[in-house]
Write a protein that binds this ligand. Structure first.
Ligand code: SF4
Length: 423
């Protein structure tokens, strides 16, 4: 039985107990939220990993994308990215490989990952048969089946990209920026048929249910620039995703919804509220959102700004962006910077949402700063290695204070005042 099926019967599973130990809610409440479709528990029955819960009232989760491309395919490098992602706090990883032996890469990642793994099966169908004319409906479904049988815990499926959305894209600057979405549109136009992921959705539900794989309903029409944000195409797809989410729940399949994309700061709240409204509170997984289009090289920051706000308004799951976004396949350093940036966004939102204990590390850091306790500061830093290395770079890491204020260190003056005047 899936987590959802059991939750509907009021059964508290070992996975619910396990996630409750790391969350601010107890297993009974989590069970109720899973039953209502407001929380999902990511863990395939085929994958030996720690389950991760995403949804209402829980800590914000972070995903790191890794995987090869056909320009750069090095399995050892991808495994190193996997380890780095987990070390710096990613709650899940997605293997988006499109180069080399994709299936072998996926099996390696699933085999070595102790966190849930997600994939986008349509990529593999496209790589195996890049000519839309040759690609049949069954090829998409076969790819989904293979990914599920390989033990992935959640899959992105662009089921909401329907033929009726295509005319709505005319006025866009960026058109369709999702790889899966753009390929499916080209397939529909060529074959003059409906998206097979939509037309054969019930078969996908059967496959997902078999191993309790969470469906992440992809936003194939997500805006790829600020000018395209919150347009008719985006919201038409979102409405369809809401209908598909209801169908998934009725069949006991766990489901979450993917979101934008590029969204100006003032439209983020509206995006989150509409998603929750159309999709009856389903967990929301956002890519960024990026709040400006002109920051290549810094898009991990642009995404973290949008991510913090989105999470504060109710998004549940942040997909990281790296400094290489829009520029190339990330290397290890980019992956670490991306994970840390998203962790900062998630952490900031957890504090603002009043998650119990979320601010403990901040208070501990502040006490260490006040005491000029450098080891304490490293201990509570999100990236201790970087903090230590930066202080060392100054050449004065042996000093009690740092080179910013030197002898005029306010922390030191405060401490002296406290001792001298007992304030
Ligand atoms: S020198 Fe300035 S920046 Fe450095 S620890 Fe003291 S107060 Fe902080």
């Amino acid at each position: 039985m899936t987590q959802l099926e059991q939750a509907k019967k009021g059964i508290i599973t070992s996975e619910m107990e396990a996630v409750a130990g790391r969350e601010p809610l107890d297993a009974e409440i989590i069970c109720g939220d899973v039953a209502a479709g407001r929380t999902v528990i990511c863990k395939s029955t085929l994958h030996d990993c720690a389950p991760v819960a995403i949804g209402r009232g829980l800590k914000i989760k972070v995903n790191a994308n890794i995987g090869t491309s056909n320009y750069s395919s090095n399995p050892d490098m991808e495994l190193e990215k996997l380890r780095a992602s987990i070390r710096y706090g990613a709650d899940t990883v997605m293997d988006l490989s499109t180069g080399g032996d994709i299936r072998a890469m996926r099996r390696l990642i699933v085999g070595q990952s102790k966190v849930p793994v997600g994939t986008v099966p349509v990529y593999e169908a496209i790589v195996r048969c890049p000519d839309v004319a040759e690609l049949g409906e069954d090829d998409f479904l076969d790819s989904i089946r293979t990914h599920i049988e390989d033990g992935v815990d959640f899959i992105t499926v662009h089921c909401g990209v329907t033929r009726s959305c295509v005319p709505l894209l005319e006025s866009r600057i960026m058109g369709v920026v999702s790889r899966g979405g753009s390929f499916l549109i080209s397939w529909m136009l060529h074959h003059e048929k409906e998206n097979p992921l939509y037309a054969r959705y019930d078969e996908i539900l059967e496959m997902a249910k078999k191993h309790d794989v969470v469906l992440s309903l992809g936003d194939g029409l997500r805006p790829g620039c600020l000018a395209d944000a919150s347009d008719q195409a985006q919201y038409a797809e979102l409405k369809t995703l809401g209908e598909l989410a209801a169908r998934a729940r009725a069949k006991d399949v766990q489901v979450m919804i993917e979101g934008p994309g590029h969204v100006p700061l003032h439209l983020i709240r509206e995006n989150i509220e509409l998603q929750k409204q159309y999709c009856d509170g389903a967990p929301f997984y956002v890519l960024g959102p990026l709040v400006t289009d002109c920051s290549p090289g810094y898009d991990h920051l642009t995404g973290a700004i949008g991510g913090a706000l989105a999470a504060f308004y109710g998004a549940d799951f942040l997909c990281y962006l790296t400094p290489k976004e829009h520029l190339g396949l990330p290397d290890i350093r980019d992956v670490i910077d991306g994970v840390v940036a998203s962790k900062i966004a998630a952490h900031a939102a957890d504090i603002a949402r009043g998650i119990p204990g979320a601010r403990d590390s901040d208070d501990a850091m502040s006490r260490a700063r006040s005491n000029l306790d450098w080891e304490g500061m490293y201990r509570h830093a999100m990236n201790p290695e970087k903090a230590r290395a930066m202080r060392k770079e100054t050449g004065r890491d042996d000093a009690e204070v740092c080179t910013m204020c030197g002898d005029f260190c306010s922390a030191k003056i405060n401490r002296e005042c406290r001792t001298r005047y007992r304030r």
